[in-house]
Ligand binder design. Sequence first.
Ligand code: 5GP
Ligand code: MN
Length: 332
Amino acid sequence: MTDNSQFHAASALVQAAHTVSVVGHLRPDADAIGSVAATVAALQQLGKDAVGAIGQLDSMPENLYTIPGASNIKFGDSLPESDLIIVVDCGSIERTGAFESIIVNNPDKVLVVDHHATNPGFGAVNLIDVEAESTTTILYDWFDAMSVQITPDIAHGLYAGLLTDTGCFRWGRPVMHDMAKELMEFGLDIRAISSALLDQTSVDDLRLVGQIVSRIELREAGPYTLAVLVADFDTINGRSRAVVEGLIEMVRAVEGADFGAVFKEYERGVYTVSLRSSNLSVASLAVHLGGGGHIPAAGYTARGTEIEALDTLIEATVTLGESLRSSAHVDV
Ligand code: 5GP
Ligand code: MN
């Protein structure tokens, strides 16, 4: 839980700063971009010189540009010099990508706002609430504590993170609906927001989904069964990243499987792996493999051939065995 003293400490850092950089995670999702865009807008309202940044050279899926302010976020490997760095939705420092060393070398300047169960708290002040459905949920409360006026643009960014990180309100606390209601009162077109973030597709996208999903496999791993999708480099290179990122939703709860995994080979020999489960702590599995995340939704990066990447996951699942059940009842 984030309490008032942490909000005060975070607000004091903002008050003392003139220039602020707001950093979201690599391969950003709607919670990362919604959090960065809403925070930059809130800080500008408070008279700060604020910029948003993502520490990668590649851009992001087109649909995330529908979040107001997203097109002003800088993608690259240089972070502007600033008095304060606010790191949002990053479960670990590595998730800040090219900005990792700047953040490691300036711990006093860093404020972390996050909801990942595996976040070690790497800032001078940490607003971490593992019960929060999204990072934007924490920001909403913090903005209120700082008397930020919520504008339709800020509401849009906050709602984008809430909508997507709750799997369209399929999990979360009752308070998520209060927040959705309050944000809707700023006139959000929730149909258009959902359509842009979740539903938009094309014939080409559907063919890509079909190509990958038709190769789904169930694999045994110790006491568990795993549903696996492999999005190999030659299939996904140059195709829609949003489609590839959406594949994991299809293997979250496959009949007969305890968890789902998608291996995304965006770079030859490098697999970005997404894990989801309704029964097991895939966060433990991801941490064991050098990544992190939430108990039911986590990820990591694997290198090697497809067979090696899959074998590594199966071996880790066998090694962790029954312990994967232990903390899996926690709902986030
Ligand atoms: P996704 O599968 O959507 O990429 O990620 C699921 C969750 O796990 C997200 O909350 C994401 O931040 C986290 N996650 C994914 N990959 C990594 C990783 O390599 N390191 C850490 N620390 N967290 C990750
Ligand atoms: Mn998030």
